[in-house]
Design a protein around this ligand. Sequence first.
Ligand code: C5P
Length: 231
Amino acid sequence: MPAIAARDRIIVALDLPSVGEAAAMVERLGDSVTFYKVGLELAYAGGIDFARDLVRSGKKVFLDLKLHDIPNTVARATERVADVGATYLTVHAFPHTMRAALEGSAGSGLKVLAVTVLTSNNDADLAEAGYAVGVADLVRRRALQAAEIGVGGIVLSPEEATAMRALVGGGLDLVTPGIRPAGSDVGDQKRVMTPRRAIEAGADRLVIGRPITQSQDPKATVESIVLDIQQ
Ligand code: C5P
């Protein structure tokens, strides 16, 4: 991947309950942010049309919809997401689902990102769900399958970035949430890294929500993150 400008590495997670609040945040952030993530909460409150508007206004959009269904449905839903003009779409890293999403995104600018294992799961949760392997093994297996199938990237913890880069090579975008600028509230995130350290560890893009959206001065917070990355 060609070098990405520091500012374009930041994806602001618009985890807000209404389009009105999301639009106010985007307005406040102005030119300081080029890339936004719309997740399930906002998607179910008019967020898809809002994403379309963001794209029209020149922003990049990550639709974090974590698709998983029969292949025909995934492929067709992915085509519709491509029509929105989104840059990234998440799907669960099941081989059928990843292949179907790739088929649906063919010929568009949409990159499919695979979610290997949700970070809310531990080994006991996987056992309860009927898996005979633990989280670490399943993450590795699915990351390798994602690379083989040829998706555009993987969502992962910044702590996994270095090992994952070594495992899957340079062809995939590594997108990491769990980012906290030095001194900011960790909140409910358990494994966090500063923006600069995450980039050093091999992350291509950083998903950052509350440290920016709940900041007293969101724009100034973005500028300090840009500076941190540029160092
Ligand atoms: O506010 P914060 O910076 O913690 O937001 C992180 C964003 O990344 C949220 O939208 C969250 O849902 C998402 N995410 C995450 N951990 C994952 C996958 C997605 O925090 N494993």
